[in-house]
Ligand binder design. Sequence first.
Ligand SMILES: O=P(O)(O)OC[C@H]1O[C@H](OP(=O)(O)OP(=O)(O)O)[C@H](O)[C@@H]1O
Ligand SMILES: O=c1cc[nH]c(=O)[nH]1
Ligand SMILES: [Mg+2]
Length: 218
Amino acid sequence: MEIINLCDQNSLVSQFMSEIRDKELQKERLRFRTNIQRLGQIMAYEISKRLDYETRDTATPLGVARTHVIADKLVLATILRAGLPFHEGFLSYFDQAENGFVSAYRKYIEKTNDFNVHIEYIACPRIDDKVLLIVDPMLATGSSMELAFQALMTKGHPAHVHVASVIATDQAIDYIGQRLPLDKTTIWTCDIDHELNEHSYIVPGLGDAGDLVYGEKE
Ligand SMILES: O=P(O)(O)OC[C@H]1O[C@H](OP(=O)(O)OP(=O)(O)O)[C@H](O)[C@@H]1O
Ligand SMILES: O=c1cc[nH]c(=O)[nH]1
Ligand SMILES: [Mg+2]
């Protein structure tokens, strides 16, 4: 399984990551959402370098140009709810992608820090032989990604799976590595953090991505 960390080299990704992690700047919700969207656009561009293309002759006003267009069929599947602005970023570049949505939420076991992830909703096209992108900004324990992946596999067998995240932990990467098909999975992230706290939040992380995007839930 290949793991690609876009922060290995400084770029605009580093600038946007600094802003979304900053506990003062991230209070500005529009900016937080916009930065997550922009990270989705940059990651879409990087992933586009790994896709298959076909050549075509394109008529310009002055002649015929040999051009290259994406041949792969893409399905962009997002884990609700924090994944939505990231999804928008991808979709603004992958115009033709089909889209899927899976809900996942942590249900904490009363008076403990333990939780189970519940998947209650899935809306997704068939994914057979297509390139599946599973989009979720936070890979903390990796449980939501594993369960979302299992739910999506009821829709067919993809040619390749790109897991797209903003912050992933080493633990989540190991966990996913043991549960997704090694030979056809690539994990993309904008940074890797090394710790989880007692509530399984990423440290230093950025806080609760869903709440920062949409406000606190009950
Ligand atoms: O790797 P895990 O330990 O499973 O944690 C990561 C999950 O937590 C966040 O969602 P959350 O459950 O907070 O839901 P939300 O998007 O509705 O806020 C995040 O978007 C992931 O889906
Ligand atoms: O750090 C974390 C972990 C799970 N979900 C989040 O939004 N943040
Ligand atoms: Mg959340």
